[in-house]
Structures are given as C-alpha cells and as structure tokens.
Ligand binder design. Structure first.
Ligand code: URP
Ligand code: ZN
Ligand code: ZN
Ligand code: ZN
Length: 477
C-alpha cells in the first residue's frame, strides 16, 4: 500500500484547528490526512482521541557539566526516553561554552555525549559565556550557518554571566546573522549582595534561595535585557519568566511593537516559594530553581499569559539533579546552605500532561493553544518548522495520541528520568500520552520503545521570528 502506517480516527489538533481524519505515514513523514485512507502495512486506531504534534521541549539540560561538583542525572538516553514517555518528540538541550574554551569544542563535546544515545530527535542551543572577537567574527557565524541558530546568554551565575557590553556585542552579531538569542534575566549583583546578607544572618535553609532572588532582580534584568535588545534593534526571547513583574516588562515592550518573545515553565504554574520549605528542613532543595517559583497570584498571571498570547512557549527547563547521593542536590553536604545547592528541577516528562490536565481539561486553554505553546511556536522560534511542530503533509510523523478522563496520581515511580523525585508527586492528572510516535515509530505505548541512538540531530534554519526589523536607525550597528 501507499502507507507504512495509518493512524485512524484521529481528532487531529494543530495550532489553528481541530479536525477528524486519518493520518497516513510513509518513510517517517505524514503524507496524507484525509477521511477513509486505505492501504497500510499497519494501523493504529486513535478511536476519536485527540492527536497532537509531538512536544518540542526547547529548554532542557542534559549531561551538562556544572563545574561545581554536582552532576546532571540525565544524559541523552534517560533524558530523551523520559521526554518520549511524556509525549515530547524533539528536545533542544544546550551546548555550553567553557570560559576560556571555544564554541566549537563545546559543540564537538556535546555531540560526543549524545553519540548513540538519543531516542528522539534533538537540536542544540549554544550557551555563549566568552564572546571573544574570534567567537564573534568567526566561530558563531560558522556555527549558525551549520544549524546552531540560537544561543542563550546569562546575566547571572559567575561561571556563565556576560556583562552588558558583552551582551550588546553578541546581540549585534545575532542581528547580523539572524540568530535567536535567549536571555536568562536576573541581576547578578543583587543576588550576590542578598545572599551574603542572608548567610551572615544564619539564613541558610533552602527557602532562603527564594529570598535571595526576589522578583525585582528578575524584573530589573528583564527590563535591561529588553533595553539592550531595543538598542541593537534585534528580537530576543526571555526564558523562564516566573511572574507578574517580569511579564509586565515584556508586555510593555510587546506593546511598543518590539519582537520580545517569552517562555515560561510548569514550575511557575504549579509550585510556589513555599515549595522550597517553610522551616529549616532540606526537602525544599528539590524545588530550588532560578528564578524561584513565586506565589498563587503570580501563578495566575502566568496562566493568563499562556492564555492571552504573552508567552510563546512552555518548556520544562528540565535540569536534573538527584536529591540523595553524593553528586546531586547534596553534593555540598546533606544540609548545604541554599547558595551551594544545584539549581534546577526535573520536568521533561511531566510538562505536556500537566498542561493538558490543568490547562485543556479545565478549559483554561484550547487544545490549539496547547499545541501552539508546547510545539508549534518552539519549532518556529528555533528554525525547525515545518519539519517539526505541526501535523501537516510533509512534516515528520511526530505525534501523540492522548488518553483523557484518567484519574492518575503522579508518582516518581511512573517516570523514566534518572532523578529520584518529581516536584509534582501527589498531583492529580487527568491526561497522559497513550502513544508517542517519532518519525512514524512508536517510542512510547505504555512502555518506552525504540532503539538506542535512533534520534537524529536536527540542524536548525535561521528562525523567521529572529529576523530584525528593517533598519530605521542611524546607529552603525
Ligand atoms: O535553575 C535553573 N533554571 N537551572 C537551570 C539552568 C538555567 O538557568 O536555566
Ligand atoms: Zn536560565
Ligand atoms: Zn535552563
Ligand atoms: Zn480533556
């Protein structure tokens, strides 16, 4: 027959539409969407269930060296397996430049780390920590041409941060080359000053992590990042936005017509600063991430932003550290002070189901908006569309058949990451992927499937949303 596989009776969801059809797949791609398709070696009956594009998790850390004695628990095998089981079919982890090292070394290193492991397709964002003249004039332009068309810049963390001058240089390069810049916006000096005062007062418990990074340090850096981008007149994306004050800066800029994109993450919908603890206990270390989760009012602001289009993407910011053991959250001691605890929480497997359960099933967002936030816009922003990010003729057959009306209590034992906890344990879910297809192959059907290393590296196009406005300024940028 004309097809390798037909997914029959799908309630297909794209960012624009919901429609009933059969999906014909050949050679890993969608080649037909119509009623009454015939002629396949194999059929899967979706039985009228929602079928969405596979998720694109465009912010995930896998096997990334931290340099502080902690070790990420997920590599390109466990991380991509966990992703697939949760309905994600593409991940974009980071290749981080070591200070004093080159970006090329970073890219080669991460390709070696991935070698033979990924179960689903992957691309790389770069992290630029040392924008030397060589990096800006030679390396980055070459890497962008090779398909590394997005990079993250940090405004905090001493091992990673750039100063404003370096950010301007790098934004200027991104403008010339058409790359997408992601900004981690927190004010480094405010955090360092507050941390010193808190520690001096004996406030060392995990919950003081949130006190050391109040919303204003995020608001200020978000404002500054936008101002720097406005000066260069280049689009940017602010990652992991945690609440109202940062989002207000973004909406103001969007209202002025600037191309400022924003990302948020499940931790800002489902956790609060109280998740870091209300006493001196260490348990709250599980929820230490930066920026920290805020409060219920800010959760509502994030929901509103997902609904009304302020946010382009919901990613996980999966940053996997084990709670117990010598190299995770306790790498600096079983009761390490908050500034010594690895930042980040796991979430690559739970992202899609949390948003479907609490967003779609509750009626907060439409299935179309769900697809836009978890897949389509990430594909556009990072140059993977339309190979990824939609259900369309010619797109890769990456899709999820959803089980709904479930009564599921989330438990870490259900998950396939290599982390010994989930911050969402005990939460009730009403939906979970029944089946995940990656390029037409089953990678999850209740158990993980697929051969090691079957995931392909995806070179990214220069993203259309990164295109700068036509020059209107006289500045010689
Ligand atoms: O705490 C976090 N988010 N850790 C991961 C690294 C980052 O800044 O995204
Ligand atoms: Zn970050
Ligand atoms: Zn991150
Ligand atoms: Zn539902």
């Amino acid at each position: 027959g004309p097809f390798d596989l037909i997914v029959r009776n799908a309630k297909a969801v794209t960012a624009a539409d919901v429609f009933t059809c059969d999906i014909g797949i050949r050679d890993g791609r969608i080649v037909a969407m119509a009623e009454g398709l015939e002629g396949a070696a194999r059929e899967i009956d979706a039985a009228g269930r929602h079928v969405t594009p596979g998720g694109i998790d465009s912010h995930i850390h896998l096997d990334q060296p931290t340099g502080d004695g902690s070790v990420m628990a997920d590599d390109f095998l466990s991380g991509t397996r966990s992703a697939a089981c949760g309905g994600t079919t593409t991940v974009i982890p980071f290749a981080c430049q070591q200070k004093g090292g080159t970006l090329r070394e970073a890219v080669d290193d991460y390709h070696r780390r991935a070698e033979g492991k990924p179960l689903i397709d992957y691309a790389f964002h770069l992290i630029v920590t040392d924008p030397t003249p060589e990096v800006l004039t030679t390396e980055l332009p070459q890497l962008i041409a090779e398909g590394y068309t997005s990079f993250k810049l940090y405004m905090t963390y001493d091992a990673l941060k750039l100063d404003d001058r370096q950010i301007l240089d790098t934004l200027s390069l991104a403008r010339r080359e058409g790359a997408m810049v992601m900004l981690h916006a927190e004010n480094r000096d405010c955090i360092a000053w507050l941390t010193e005062k808190l520690l001096a007062a004996g406030h060392t418990a995990p919950r003081f992590h949130a006190s050391s990074r109040p919303m204003l340090v995020e608001r200020e850096a978000t404002h500054r990042a936008i101002a720097l981008a406005e000066l260069i007149d280049v689009p940017i994306l602010i990652v992991h936005v945690s609440g109202r004050e940062a989002l207000e800066q973004i909406r103001r800029a969007q209202g002025l017509g600037l191309k400022i994109y924003a990302e948020t993450c499940p931790q800002y919908l489902f956790l609060t600063a109280d998740s870091l603890g209300c006493d001196e206990g260490f348990e709250g270390a599980k929820c230490i991430c930066s920026p920290p989760p805020r409060d219920a009012a800010n959760q509502q602001v994030i929901w509103d932003g997902l609904e009304n289009g302020s946010f382009a993407v919901l990613s996980s910011d999966h940053a996997p550290f084990r709670f117990d053991g010598p190299d995770g959250k306790r790498a600096h001691g079983v009761n390490a002070s908050f500034d010594q605890i690895a930042n980040g929480i796991p979430g690559v497997e739970t992202r899609m189901a949390l948003l479907w359960s609490e967003g779609v099933c509750t009626g907060r967002i439409t299935p179309q908006r769900f697809v836009d936030l978890t897949s389509t816009q990430a594909a556009r922003l990072y140059g993977l569309y339309p190979r990824k990010g939609t259900l369309a003729i010619g797109s890769d057959a990456d899709l999820v058949i959803w089980d709904e009306n479930l009564e599921l209590i989330l438990d870490n034992a259900m998950l396939h990451h290599n982390v010994d906890y989930t911050p969402y344990a005990g939460r009730r879910l009403t939906a979970w992927p029944a089946l995940t297809l990656s390029r037409g192959e089953v990678v999850w059907d209740g158990t993980p499937q697929g051969t090691l290393g079957r995931g392909q590296f995806l070179p990214c196009d220069r993203p259309a949303p990164a295109m700068a406005r036509r020059r209107h300024s006289e500045l010689p940028l």
